[in-house]
Design a protein. Structure first.
Lengths: 113, 111
């Protein structure tokens, strides 16, 4: 089954404790992205990657890091989480070909105390 | 990216047809129009995409007038399970580098 998986699905942590949210896709997609969703603000793109070792900032990259060492994986790293990073996070992947559809993961709900 | 404007919310009853209109006055020649659906605590799901005139699939229809400055997502005979947020996005096929989701339209289907 074609899918995007994220782990963990839920995470409660404390300020300053480094964490990583993993994302993996099994569709051989070149493009992968991370979004955060906050009430009233819709989805905002954090980082995206057009291929292995190619990443770029989205709209809200501050406080986040990503890496793309393999085509299927695109982890999101919070080196020193802060309470304003409490949010619902989605990973997504797409082929880059028409139709231009993104496949989203199930989401990771992060709470930073 | 062309900016889009949608109603914030809409209510409907089961069995009715729902039309959600999206305005995109500065759409560019190469831009496509794409709609996504999002249920609570789930990631958005692709519904339909079009460039001009009309596109129909098993889920919805998308109507795009000749000037392409707006588009209308049509959901036939909605059910309670169609309650979700619907997003309209406009951009060329390579715009995915920086997808911009607005607040979307929150559709509530009532019994």
């Amino acid at each position: 089954e074609a899918q995007v998986t994220q782990n963990p699905r839920y995470l409660i942590t404390v300020t300053g404790k480094k964490l990583t949210v993993t994302c993996s896709q099994n569709m051989n997609h070149e493009y992968m992205s991370w979004y955060r969703q906050d009430p009233g603000l819709g989805l905002r793109q954090i980082y995206y990657s057009m291929n292995v070792e190619v990443t770029d900032k989205g709209d809200v990259p501050e406080g986040y890091k990503v890496s793309r060492k393999e085509k299927r994986n695109f982890p999101l790293i919070l080196e020193s989480p802060s309470p304003n990073q409490t949010s619902l996070y989605f990973c997504a992947s797409r082929t880059g070909l028409a139709p231009d559809t993104q496949y989203f993961g199930p989401g990771t709900r992060l709470t930073v105390l | 990216l062309a900016k889009t404007t949608q109603p914030i919310s809409m209510d409907s009853y089961e069995g009715q047809e729902v039309n959600i209109t999206c305005s995109h006055n500065n759409i560019a020649t190469n831009d496509y129009i794409t709609w996504y659906q999002q249920f609570p605590s789930q990631g958005p799901r692709f519904i339909i995409q079009g460039y001009k005139t009309k596109v129909t699939n098993e889920v919805a229809s998308l109507f795009i007038p000749a000037d392409r400055k707006s588009s209308t997502l049509s959901l036939p005979r909605v059910s309670l399970s169609d309650t979700a947020v619907y997003y309209c996005l406009v951009g060329d096929r390579n715009y995915g580098q920086n997808f911009v989701f607005g607040p979307g339209t929150r559709l509530s289907v009532l019994p």
